[in-house]
Design a protein around this ligand. Structure first.
Ligand code: GRG
Length: 297
């Protein structure tokens, strides 16, 4: 039987090694900025986006080496979004990944710039990898375009703006879904798509995996909403209850906890259905989809 724990541990290790190797050559005197980048990057994140990227590559017969710069770029973007989201102007959180948030450990200006530097590093690492790809350079260019789109005003940032605008307001389930598809779903979907593309998948495989990514992206956010109610500070590494503080509409607030759990399960079933034409190399993706809704952090 497929051992997800062992898989996650091995891939987290591979990603953590690469995260430092790909951009950080400032030893033995890291600047304050580099110290802050390391502080946030090296905290205990699940590395879900890079691992989804790797697992998608493996599902189409690629390897983790094929996609590592893409996988790391996704983690840079995700980590920057967490740093900025925690700032006083946004969620104003004190704890992240089990440690004081970047602006608490350093200061607000450093946290803004650390996020900026990580976002920029993502595209530095991606384009540096693409430059050395010969005939495959165009594929990398396409990946850079898709990741930029998913992270910016067609994706995560627009979702964040919509989320802010909805605070304290009554919104419909359809509106909530639209917010989450952009705010959280877009980066998760592009993580899977990037892995499938860089791993050498066919058009059909890439489309099927992107659809899988869309379903699990939404399931991730439904679960995040549930954990914000049911989770505890030790497991989450951050304080629960933030949605209520910010008067945010969530899946549990609109459909109740039981229905939200059922909805997450439905989404995971739809995601698994997209993998019907894949062989056993897609086992990690199936296990990851279950993990996304069963996780405690
Ligand atoms: C750029 C300010 C800004 C915001 C973008 C994605 C996002 C919008 C903000 C992140 C804040 C947040 C808590 C969003 C909810 C879902 C989410 C992305 C949770 C954290 O992701 P995990 O659970 O975290 O994968 P780890 O720490 O394991 O990497």
């Amino acid at each position: 039987m497929f051992d997800l724990r062992a898989y996650l541990k091995a891939k987290q290790q591979r990603v953590n090694d690469a995260l430092r190797r790909l951009w950080d050559n400032t030893e033995p005197h890291p600047t304050l900025l580099v110290q802050a980048m390391r502080y946030s990057l090296e905290a205990e994140g699940k590395r879900l986006r890079p691992i989804l990227c790797i697992a998608a590559s493996e599902a189409v017969g690629g390897s983790d080496t094929d996609v590592m710069p893409g996988a790391c770029a996704l983690e840079f973007i995700h980590t920057y979004s967490l740093i900025h989201d925690d700032l006083p102007a946004l969620d104003d959180d004190d704890l992240r990944r089990g440690k004081p948030t970047c602006h608490k450990a350093f200061d607000e200006a450093t946290a803004v710039l650390t996020g900026d530097a990580l976002l920029t590093a993502a595209f530095e690492v991606l384009s540096a990898a693409g430059r050395h790809q010969g005939d495959d350079a165009l594929k990398w260019l396409e990946v850079i375009y898709l990741i930029a789109k998913a992270a910016g005003h067609f994706g995560m940032i627009e979702g964040q703006m919509m989320d802010l605008a909805s605070e304290g307001k009554r919104i419909t389930l359809k509106e909530l879904e639209a917010i989450h598809r952009l705010k959280t779903g877009a980066l998760i979907e592009v993580s899977v798509r990037t892995g499938a593309m860089l791993g050498g998948g066919s058009h059909e495989q890439i489309d099927a995996l992107a659809a899988y990514g869309r379903h699990i992206g939404l399931a991730f956010q439904v679960t995040d909403d549930i954990l914000d109610i049911e989770g505890n500070i030790e497991d989450l590494g951050k304080s629960p209850g933030s949605d209520q503080v910010h008067q945010k509409a969530t899946y549990p607030s609109l459909m109740g906890l039981d229905q939200s759990r059922a909805h997450a399960r439905e989404l995971i079933e739809k995601a698994s259905e997209e993998l019907r034409n894949f062989d056993t190399k897609a086992e990690p993706l199936i296990a990851l989809s279950r993990y996304i809704i069963e996780r405690k952090r």
